[in-house]
Design a protein around this ligand. Sequence first.
Ligand SMILES: [Zn+2]
Length: 304
Amino acid sequence: MEYLARRHGNLVMHKTMYNRSHQLKAAAGRMLRLIEGRPHAAGDLLVFNLHSTPERFMPKFDRWLRDLKSDYTLYSPDVFETFYGEKDNLPNPDKPGVVFTFDDGLRNNRHALEVLEQHDARGLLFVVPDFYRFPRAEQEAYYRKHIRQQPHAGLDGGDEEVQALSAEELRNWAARGHTIGAHSFSHTMRADDSDDKLEKETIGAIEAIEEDTGVRPVHFCAPFDSLFSTSERHMELLKPHIRFFHSTFPGSNSDQPNPLFIRRVNMELFWKAGAIDFACSRFEWKRWSAQREAFNQRMFLNLV
Ligand SMILES: [Zn+2]
């Protein structure tokens, strides 16, 4: 009883601290945007990384996209080919670009993809074959065990908040022009994976998605923090198979551009607009510079 009370107390405290830090971030984000405006220069590419996208947040997503489009050109994932290829061919080189990716392949991502379509854009879904192949009735347990133990703050959710888009749904979204990327085979990929496991989590994921959807992914993103989940052995195996590796670290993509080290800004639709501005700010880019450098060294300096 005492333990439960203490545990409950800790959870309440955790939630209060989370709310407080969220309020602070939102206030700082509003201020930073007033002072320095949006941080991206023309020709840069802002890559967002979202997870859960419940239907009730869609009006907010739509309003927020309209606001974003006053400073950025909204692109579809095919922009990566141009951005890392013939950059001069970007449709609008006078503004920075923005593109949306979604990790985990939750069923509620379909709402966000529909909103993107209304803006004539498409999204990039990073999916987990072991998750979407599980029977629907057992997917919530899988999600809680391997993907996200704690529900997102403010997301109570129905089934589509904890279940995956099926292989058939993924095929349909791909046919509508969206891109499917691999997010490891089972979302349990770790930097210290055994040789068998790391092959399964990388090439195994790519082959499973190709088998299920008919499209072989060329985009990969590792679960959790990229340093925690990815070793140079993973990258070495992936390199002949993929064209783009998406990290979990924010920053400019114009600065030392590398398609195998795409910087992404994590944001969630339930956040306050100021907190999203904070996540995009130069201040936040600087805060992650040590992790970016460590990832760069591990993957591209140590790799022979
Ligand atoms: Zn994930």
